[in-house]
Structures are given as C-alpha cells and as structure tokens.
Design a protein around this ligand. Sequence first.
Ligand SMILES: [Zn+2]
Ligand SMILES: [Zn+2]
Length: 232
Amino acid sequence: MVNSWLNNAHHYFTTTDCVLCGAASGLASDLCESCQADLPINQLACPRCALPLPHETGVLCGQCQTQPPYYQSAFVPYRYESPLPGFITGLKFNARLSNARLLGTLLRDALLANPPFRPDCLLPVPLHPHRLRQRGFNQALEISRPIAKALSLPLLKKGVHRYRDTRPQSDLDGESRRRNMRNVFRIEQGLNYRHVAIIDDVITTGTTVNELARVLKKAGVETVHVWAVARA
Ligand SMILES: [Zn+2]
Ligand SMILES: [Zn+2]
C-alpha cells in the first residue's frame, strides 16, 4: 500500500507522459524527445513576416515587398502543421489549459536558443471581453507567462483593448480582412514602452498582429516585434 503510494508519488513528481505518444517525457516536459524533434520547424521563412517559403531565398516574401507590415520582424519557430493545430484548437476550443504551458514552453525554448531583439515588454494579443467571458482565459496571455518569467519581462495586461469582436479572418479576402480589423484595438493611455513584442498563438494572415502593430506605433511605440508559436 505504502509502496504503491510511493511509486505513484514518484511517478507524479518525476515524470510526465508525452501528450502525443504517451512515452515518458521526463520532468516537466509535455513532449518526449522524439516527438519534440519531429515538430515542423519554420526554417525557410520570410525574414520579415515569418511566412513559410518553399525554399530559402533570403529575400522578403511578395507581400512584404509590396506592402511591408508595421512590425519590424516576426519570430515564429513552427509551421502551423500537425501537431500544432491540435495543440492550439485544444487550447482555444476545449479549454485544455495545459496546452498553453506546452505552447508557451515551445516558444520560450526557441527564443532562448535564438535570442532575437529584446523588447521592453510583452503584449499578448487582447481578446474581446465577450470572447474572454466565453472562453474563460486569453490563450495569448497564458502562452506569454513562461516567456515573461524566463526573460524577466513585464506582461502588458491592461491598457490595450479589443473593441470589436471580429469575424474569423479566414472567411475573408485580403481587402475585407483589413476592413474587418479597422478600429479593433484601442490604447487607453500612453504606453511607457518603446519596444514591444506582441505574443500570439498562431499567425495565419497576419492581419490581426499587423493592425495591433499599427495602433502601437501610432501611440508612439518605436519598434514592434511579433512572437508566435506557429505560422500558417
Ligand atoms: Zn512522444
Ligand atoms: Zn513576408
């Protein structure tokens, strides 16, 4: 009895099982080494917006050449391919909060391995209050926590508001997307930060983070960077 309790306690404190294959994954890690090594790394990407490219070109993608984004750079270590969509939809729609730790840890480790520009603060993309009530948490904020802790950076949780609940961007074409996003974000008071990193779970079209970057720069922020886990 005591032995089995001890075994359970030992198991509880020293190992977790890989969320993908069930193999023991070691202390405080949600993925085993081999599943971690199989993740789709976003290696060949546009240096500005992190759009995955079919082969290394060293030049900006077409979109960034014709209409560069308001943000300076995007750091997005994974492509939005299996198993990332499962992690992200599990977090957003099935409230699997443990996935936030997993996603935040993946982004944190990638940032620690390739330290990009160091901002003054992290800004998780705000959710509309209605969506926040529905979901109970902001996934971008949850993903930001391990990063803020590891890099000792303040997390901006107030002062930037999302005023309109937008339609899913994927239903819309480019021009409608931009129109859909207009006046979505508002900054309540002057921000005391010069360099901001926006944090999000996944970047699909990039319209949301670009609109947020536009509003931040209008409010006097000098440089805006985008850090996200996955890029479609
Ligand atoms: Zn595994
Ligand atoms: Zn680009």
